[in-house]
Design a protein around this ligand. Structure first.
Ligand code: TYM
Length: 336
């Protein structure tokens, strides 16, 4: 006999993404694809993490446009704002408020070990601000406010997830149970999509070389051109191997989009050259993203509808966030 899972039995999921009009194929395969597929089975909360974005300098009008476009892109990808909570982080003040309480329960030494802080401060030596340093504490607050069981992210966020878990465990031990200790949910294929120009580096929208990354909203021609130019090796054999990072990255991308295993991909392109393979990957990715771009172009036109959705999203998010925040405040000893 089939058993229906009631909403109260559903496991909880939370994840966020920084606003950029240029979300990449890495964001999609590492995280967003899972967000979309998890919405039926789980009770999901997703946010545009705009507060995190100002850890690097932003031009205000561009930031505003990117927040809109990221929210619209999440809708275009198929995140349903009725079924899930979909909001903008800065509209729920409990994130920054809890972040302060958690900061006072996090050690300077722990934060100093974060590789993303080291990377970003090396990249922006003129702006190593305190927010960049304490970023993982704000991320812990984002997560812990909603008591999720699972947090779908790419592999680069694993260290931040671990620190969020450590902070939750420490707080619960010190003050009494408030937070759920979440698990990272990292996809088997696509957790770390690499640059198309330097496969030793993660694919990132901040890469100066625009051929290194594919944006979800890139045109079909651009996507195919970028894959044609992808850096590979001289062996001309489609084989997954640590010695062939460029071609292995393309196999991973093709596998993640088609659902085929690496062995199946190797068999499919046995005896074929890199030209054929790169074209097939480019076309497959372009086909998968085309409907998203089409929906996005429609959604972004209607600012009023977007505003209604994100305001409703923030109201729904606030209900859960304020409950958890007040519980944490009480435990710490504040009066309410
Ligand atoms: P962000 O905005 O850099 O990336 C959003 C998601 O995309 C994944 N990702 C990738 N996955 C595979 N290959 C890549 N090349 C790649 N690039 C990015 C990231 O792992 C992430 O899952 N700190 C977070 C945002 C955040 C957050 C949170 C996430 C803020 N609060 C709470 C989870 C829970 C970030 O900067 O992700």
């Amino acid at each position: 006999m089939c058993q229906q899972i009631s909403d109260t039995q559903k496991k909880k999921v939370l994840s966020c993404i920084q606003p950029s009009g240029m979300l990449t194929l890495g964001n999609y395969l590492g995280a967003l694809k899972n967000w979309v597929s998890m919405q039926d089975e789980f009770d999901c909360t997703f946010a545009v993490a705009d507060l995190h974005a100002i850890t690097v300098r932003q031009e205000p009008s561009e930031l505003r446009a990117r927040i809109y476009s990221t929210y619209a892109l999440l809708l275009a990808l198929g995140i349903d704002p009725e079924k899930n909570i979909l909001f903008i982080q800065s509209q729920v003040p409990e994130h920054t408020a809890l972040s302060w309480i958690l900061s006072c329960n996090t050690q300077f030494g722990e934060m100093s070990r974060m590789t993303q802080f080291k990377d970003k401060s090396a990249k922006h030596p003129e702006n190593i601000n305190v927010g960049l340093f304490s970023y993982p504490v704000l991320m812990a607050a984002d997560i812990l406010l909603y008591k999720p069981d699972l947090v779908p992210v790419g592999a680069d966020q694993k260290q931040h997830l671990e620190i969020a878990r450590d902070i939750a465990i420490r707080f619960n031990n010190k003050y009494g149970e408030v937070f759920t200790v979440p698990e990272a949910y990292i996809p088997k294929t696509g957790a770390r999509v690499m640059s198309l120009q330097d496969p030793s580096k993660k694919m990132s929208k901040s890469d100066d070389n625009p051929n290194a990354w594919v944006a979800i909203l890139d045109s079909r021609d651009d996507i195919i051109r970028k894959f044609k130019r992808a850096v590979t090796d001289s062996e001309a054999c489609v084989r997954f191997s640590p010695e062939k990072p460029g071609i292995s990255n393309l196999i991973t991308i093709y596998s993640a989009v088609t659902g085929k295993s690496a062995e199946q991909v190797e068999r499919e392109f046995d005896g074929k050259g890199y030209g054929d393979f790169k074209l097939a990957v480019g076309e497959t990715v372009a086909d998968a993203l085309a409907p998203v771009k089409q929906r996005y172009d429609e959604i972004i036109k209607d600012k009023k509808a977007l505003e209604t959705l994100y305001r409703e999203g923030a109201q729904k998010a606030s209900k859960t966030a304020s409950k958890t925040y007040f519980k944490a405040m009480k435990k710490v000893g504040f009066v309410i």
